[in-house]
Design a protein around this ligand. Structure first.
Ligand SMILES: Cc1cc2nc3c(=O)[nH]c(=O)nc-3n(C[C@H](O)[C@H](O)[C@H](O)COP(=O)(O)O)c2cc1C
Length: 260
């Protein structure tokens, strides 16, 4: 058993994504602890620019799983939370009450999109870590952004609310897994950014290549890079994702005054 300096570091080190769940394995009290942790996350300007949709209805979970590239395990998770960047509360507040200044109300622009998404992601990570500390597994599912239009309609998302990720929770039905690997590249730069040298680029991905029963990598590094490229930047799904995110940003940046 590895030694950890404290329980918090142990929770961080032992977290793994979980994709098979014991049914009904979260209590209401645990849900409360997890969602309260979301609200305790650092958040820009004390504005908590995020919301969560706690999806309980099985038929809705099935639809979400279908939206998320048909990842079936999503529908079986006891806890399914859509994590949303949410500026709508604040914009409505500004629009209703900023009258004394005698100025036109500006819309939240690109900076606030990013900062709302940051709030939402920090809230999501707090949930995942709180869950882990309770012995509850989790997984981020960012594919929720692939079907923006359908998600917006199904969950009645108002203006200035956009999905950022899905977080799913439940006690694991899988045997404990080894830690997943990480890239082999320095991610901490001292005082200034130092680019990874060209001849270190392939080293970066080497630990990610699966190994066969003989312990040898199942494919060459070049082939593995090609597969990653197709998945991330060259596939139909990657284009769909980009198109939806573009539409999501356009929707946000469209003036609500023009829509009336
Ligand atoms: C933004 C984001 C999106 C993810 N989307 C998915 C997903 O769609 N399906 C999935 O099974 N896992 C998803 N994951 C989980 C990653 O696959 C997982 O975090 C990674 O493989 C590292 O494994 P670990 O979490 O067990 O350390 C996602 C994680 C992040 C942060």
């Amino acid at each position: 058993m590895p030694e950890y300096p404290n329980e918090t570091i142990q929770v961080l080190e032992e977290r793994r994504s979980v994709r098979a769940f014991v049914p009904d394995s979260i209590t209401e009290e645990e849900r409360k602890i997890i969602t309260s942790a979301a609200l305790r996350a650092p958040n820009g300007g004390k504005m908590s620019k995020f919301s969560l949709i706690d999806v309980r209805d099985r038929a809705l979970k099935e639809k979400i799983a279908a939206f998320c590239d048909n990842q079936r395990f999503v529908a079986t998770a006891p806890g399914v939370y859509i994590v949303l960047a949410d500026y709508s509360r604040w914009f409505r507040l500004f629009r209703k009450y900023v009258k004394t200044l005698g100025v036109a109300i500006n819309i939240p622009r690109e900076d606030e999109i990013l900062l709302s998404a940051v709030d939402a992601l920090l809230a999501a990570e707090n949930m995942v870590i709180a869950a882990q500390s309770l012995g509850i597994g989790s997984c981020f599912i960012a594919d929720i952004i692939i079907n923006y239009r359908q998600v917006k309609e199904l969950f009645a998302l108002p203006k200035y609310v956009m999905p950022v990720t899905l977080c799913i929770f439940g006690r694991s039905a899988e045997p404990p897994r080894e830690r997943t690997v990480r890239i082999d590249a320095p991610v901490v730069h001292r005082d200034r950014y130092t680019e990874l040298p060209d001849d270190r680029l392939l080293d970066m991905i080497r630990p990610l290549i699966p190994r066969g029963a003989n312990g040898k990598p199942v494919m060459s590094e070049e082939e593995y890079v090609g597969r990653y490229y197709v998945r991330r930047l060259g596939s139909w799904l990657s284009f769909e994702r980009a198109r939806n995110v573009h539409e999501m940003f356009e929707d946000w940046l469209k003036s609500p005054y023009e829509e009336q």
